[in-house]
Design a binder for this molecule. Sequence first.
Ligand code: PEP
Ligand code: MN
Length: 369
Amino acid sequence: MKRGGRNGTNQNGGTGCEENVMVVVMQERATEEQVDAVIARLIELGMDVHRSSGATRTVLGVVGTNKIDPGLIGILDGVHEVLRISEPYKLASRTFKPEDTVVSVGDVRIGGDEVVVMAGPCSAETPAQVEAAAAAVKRAGAKVLRGGAFKPRSSPYSFQGLGEPGLVMLRDAADHHDLKLISEVMDISQIELVGKYADIFQVGARNMQNFTLLRELGRARKPVLLKRGISATIEEWLLSAEYILAGGNGDVILCERGIRTFETATRNTFDVSAIPVVKKLSHLPIVADPSHGAGRRDMVAPMARAAVAAGVDGLIIEVHHDPDRALSDGAQSMFPAQFDRVMAELRIIAPAIGRSICVDTPARHGWIR
Ligand code: PEP
Ligand code: MN
């Protein structure tokens, strides 16, 4: 073993407590000088290097607490490949915290045995519309009302949300039906206002890498539901969660809402496989949004069923009393009766994997068609 110098300081930005592990694979024809030069550079960077030489190749195991850019090692002469073994995020990883995180919102626990359902309209439109949605989702067993007052629309000419009057409608309806409230915050300037009304901040897919917003939410004292960006890898998504955690807010809930692929039959491709992957890599709870994942109301139920079977800790679903006239996302919003039905189905699926879904509501006695 070649030991790198450790003088207690960390010139490369690491916090000094987490271990970085990588493997450097040398080219088949790498010379002894090239191998020695790579080892010397790694030691200079403060790493321990374990050399293993076979008949034709040399492999270097690299361990240390300094952060090094694998790209800078990959371009050294004679290097074939650099494999990073440890994750680039720390606080979000299961290595750092093996047990599941449970995010509590009053008496609602996200990440425990119960699959928590959040549901409601895409956007708050009128007091009557929000009230109708809240009554319907409560009756079916949801614990959290969803609804946007600030809407990240692809077109600047589409309905942008009602702002504070929308938040007032949502809060009133949530209180009336004893539901918690989740609503989207798009910008740091909206944090105080949204936080005045909502119990959970939603960060939308388009803002997953709005790092100033994430940093600021790290200072907030309310849970944050972080949606996966439309083209984000799971690693990028967990790094975004890391921003919030590193800021001091440990109450982060991840949300898979579909990613952009070559497929055009659905609005997005709902990535069910992200659920077990995230569960393996991270201790944070994960919620699925089958509404944005599918983009069509007839496909929301199968995606919701698949998500629960795959092990999600919660669902967030769009429901509207008159979806064909909704001001946003009508095509993917469920009728209340469809929502009742999928809830009844989920109540059968959840126990099969040791989970429950809101067992104490009138809707458990049968669904309403
Ligand atoms: C929404 O929840 O209505 C929304 C805009 O979601 P996303 O950020 O996933 O597109
Ligand atoms: Mn929507």
